[in-house]
Design a protein around this ligand. Structure first.
Ligand SMILES: Nc1ncnc2c1ncn2[C@@H]1O[C@H](COP(=O)(O)OP(=O)(O)OP(=O)(O)O)[C@@H](O)[C@H]1O
Ligand SMILES: [Mg+2]
Length: 485
């Protein structure tokens, strides 16, 4: 039997895999692993060579390195997709950042592997992809335009849970379906929303965010839909809302779980018809926007409590991306730390001489209820306090040290913690701006919750409520009016 015949008989066993990598050692390792699992293997050391090989007959699967000499891995991916649309492609990426991974999926890779590779996982992926292709025609992306890059805020993560998130972003970006992003505070929901926009065909168009928790209902409605002159006191001229400003682009509805019920009804219609009336107007405006919404609330519970419309939930939830909490993916912490330290160095000019072993252990032990935001703030704090020295335990925020020493519990000061997180979130939202209304916005949330709960308890009896609250009755009445309770 000649060599060729041996290969042919193996083809009939499980399939042929083309491995594209410029490092001979990697090709060899793949060949070894795959051949001993009954696959036939061909290898190429560049994208150009891979294209020649597929010309002679398509393999059942291609494993493609993202970094290649000459034609880049992503270019090779695009070309291979064009020439052999049905062939599954598994991309190898070396980095933990999302860009390469998302881009690979967006350009039509079926899946990707991160180096270093786990043999069992790899064999599983190869097997699944080949089986899938044989049983069904694989969907592939037609739109091969590269999204404009620009200044990317990277989502960092190497954990399987985050890799799943990156894949999902890549897979949904190009569609116009609305996306619901869920996850605890500080898990990166806003970053994901921005990434979806950036990787979509709408990338060159505006991205606008509306925070549904940030203001009383009437203002929120005007922020979203705009208003016409004279619609309410102070409406001196027509003002378009964010829904209109985002025309052609993406509208991000943040904290959708907090949207007042009456606005939810209007939102549902808006989502369905992409049409709305500015406050005070009877003429409707038609726009072309893609919706992305986020919440850290459990919407199903809100539905059960009558606080959230079920129909709106189903409309929004066409595609859902669930962000894992940081404590569920602690393996991402070192990568995040490295990334934040590098950023701190670059942005603040503060040199950082690394983190001591003991401080890393503390960081790994802590549960990070405020997730990535809390980690970023803690490490920024530590870097500033350490003044160029290596970061030690005592440089970390006191609260984290107390929890790690067992002197404080997470639940003991849950409310305080939430308020701290909320404050951080509001400060983040100001970004570069130097003036805000952080105090008012947070106090409003706190006050509304107190008033609403007490009024529910007294079944709307203001006299009883004012006594329970220890608040003057006319003050209570005024506050209730402000909150439209
Ligand atoms: N995977 C990540 N990689 C790098 N930075 C991240 C990641 N996730 C979150 N961050 C950072 O953490 C901070 C909080 O992220 P973001 O505002 O997207 O969270 P969120 O889920 O919207 O939180 P909230 O529910 O409180 O609004 C930001 O500074 C963001 O840059
Ligand atoms: Mg957010």
């Amino acid at each position: 039997m000649t060599m060729e015949q041996t290969t042919m008989s193996k083809v009939s066993l499980r399939g042929t895999v083309l491995v594209v990598d410029d490092e001979p050692a990697i090709c060899w390792a793949f060949r070894n692993l795959l051949e001993s699992n009954d696959y036939a293997v061909k290898s190429a050391s560049s994208g150009e060579e891979a294209l020649e090989i597929v010309q002679q007959g398509a393999p059942d699967l291609c494993i493609l390195d993202i970094r290649l000499p000459g034609m880049s891995g992503l270019e090779a991916l695009t070309e291979l997709r064009k020439r052999v649309p049905g062939m599954p492609i598994l991309m190898m990426t070396a980095h933990g950042t999302m860009d390469a991974a998302v881009e690979a999926i967006r350009l039509g890779a079926n899946d990707y592997l991160t180096k270093p590779m786990d043999n069992d996982a790899l064999l599983g992926q190869v097997n699944n992809l080949i089986k899938q292709t044989k049983s069904a025609k694989l969907p592939h992306h037609d739109n091969l335009d590269l999204a404009s890059s620009g200044d990317r805020t990277l989502l960092v993560g190497r954990s399987p849970a985050m890799q799943e998130v990156f894949k999902k972003i890549g897979a949904v970006a190009d569609s116009d379906a609305s996306v619901l992003i869920t996850g605890e505070t500080g898990t990166g929901k806003e970053l994901v929303a921005q990434a979806i926009h950036r990787y979509s065909a709408r990338a060159g168009k505006p991205f606008f965010a509306v925070n549904c928790a940030s203001m009383p209902e009437t203002l929120l409605e005007s922020e979203l839909y705009g208003h016409v002159k004279g619609a309410f006191t102070g409406a001196l001229r027509d003002k378009p809302g964010k829904a209109q400003a985002a025309d052609g682009g993406t509208l991000f509805m943040d904290e959708i779980g907090e949207a007042p019920l009456s606005l939810q009804a209007k939102l549902l219609r808006f989502l369905e018809e992409k049409r709305f009336e500015p406050v005070g107007s009877t003429e409707s405006v038609q726009v072309d926007v893609r919706f992305v919404a986020a919440t850290n609330r459990n919407l199903l519970t809100r539905i059960k409590d009558g606080q959230f419309r079920e129909d709106l939930f189903f409309r929004l939830n066409t595609i859902c991306i669930e962000l894992p909490s940081l404590r569920e993916r602690k393996e991402d912490i070192p990568l995040l730390l490295a990334c934040f330290l590098e950023r701190i160095h670059r942005e603040m000019g503060t040199p950082v001489a690394g983190v001591s072993k003991s401080a890393i252990e503390l960081i790994m032990r802590y549960d990070w209820p405020g997730n990535v935001r809390e980690l970023r703030n803690a490490i920024t704090h530590a870097a500033v306090v350490a003044r160029g020295q290596r970061i030690q335990d005592e440089h970390l925020p006191e609260r984290i040290l107390r929890v790690c020493r067992g002197e404080a519990t997470e639940s003991g000061d849950a409310l305080e913690r939430l308020l701290r997180e909320k404050t951080q979130q509001e400060l983040d939202a100001l970004a570069e701006r130097t003036e805000g209304e952080v105090y008012d916005r947070i106090i409003r949330i706190v006050e509304k919750a107190i008033l609403e709960t007490t009024m529910e308890r007294t079944a709307g009896n203001q006299v009883k409520a004012s006594r329970l609250l220890g608040m003057n009755r006319s003050t209570l009445r005024k506050r209730l009016e402000i909150f439209e309770l």
